[in-house]
Design a protein around this ligand. Structure first.
Ligand code: ATP
Ligand code: MG
Length: 225
């Protein structure tokens, strides 16, 4: 499904150049659940943002299915993201002024083909177990509930690929496990998941683990069953 070839990403600021990604080659098949690990600053978020097309590489190729994403302009990429991807972040990134169901509905923005939006939002909040909080505002929810709302927003459009950057990073053990259970369930239903985590036990939930160091992938191993 995904093929990265020799991806490079450099940041230049105040004459300091940082190479965040060096020669990244990566294949991910449909249906995989991949965990990405590595020390702070090794390029995990940059890789995830590159996969999400919100960060563009300086060199290399990104093929998604049979599409070369480098050939798409910003408008086409926005459409691709809306139809194909779901993002989950460490800090939830909910909008404080909107209710949970309004936040979740944002996951259907840029989608003209969404059908019955209300029904889809209701199904998504129900799936993550926060239907009873749908009319509340983010600050009225616990951290775990807020992250589940963010997952509902990510999945309301039925994405093929879910990209999660430390989704359990701000949660206690119980809430973190709940989030992992939801992700595991989504993977079992067919979603491909790529998740950055600092927790080896959380990485063990994935079917494959990739280790990064200094902008490179240094190991990739399937989980022993
Ligand atoms: N916008 C930016 N401008 C300049 N340098 C950046 C920028 N974003 C990231 N970097 C640098 O690129 C490198 C990789 O950063 P990245 O955020 O991908 O690391 P990470 O592995 O996600 O770290 P963490 O575990 O702390 O989240 C770091 O050296 C970082 O300082
Ligand atoms: Mg990061």
């Amino acid at each position: 499904m995904i093929r990265l070839e020799k991806i490079q990403r450099r940041y230049v600021s105040d004459e300091v150049e940082t190479t965040a990604l060096r020669d990244i080659d990566l294949h991910v098949d449909a249906g995989e659940f991949v965990a990405i690990m590595g020390p702070s600053g090794c390029g995990k978020s940059t890789l995830l943002n590159t996969l999400g097309t919100v960060d563009r590489p300086n060199a290399g190729r990104y093929l998604f299915g049979d599409r070369d994403l480098a050939a798409l302009d910003e408008k086409a990429l926005a459409k691709f993201r809306a139809a194909t991807l779901g993002f989950i972040f460490q800090s939830f990134n909910l909008i404080d002024e909107l209710t949970i169901e309004e936040n979740v509905a944002l996951g259907l923005a840029y989608r003209s083909d969404a059908g019955d939006r209300r029904a889809r939002v209701a199904a998504a909040v129900d799936k993550v177990g926060i239907a009873h909080r749908a009319r509340h505002y983010p600050h009225q929810l616990s951290g775990g509930q807020q992250q589940r709302a963010a997952i509902a927003r990510a999945i309301v459009g039925d994405p093929k690929l879910i990209l999660a950057d430390e989704p359990t990073g701000n949660l206690d053990t119980a809430n973190g496990e709940q989030v992992l259970d939801i992700l595991t369930g989504l993977n079992a239903e067919g979603a491909t998941i790529i998740m950055v985590t600092h927790s080896p036990s959380h990485a063990d939930v994935a079917k494959r683990r990739i280790d990064m160091l200094d902008g490179r992938i240094v190991a990739s191993a399937a989980r022993a069953i």
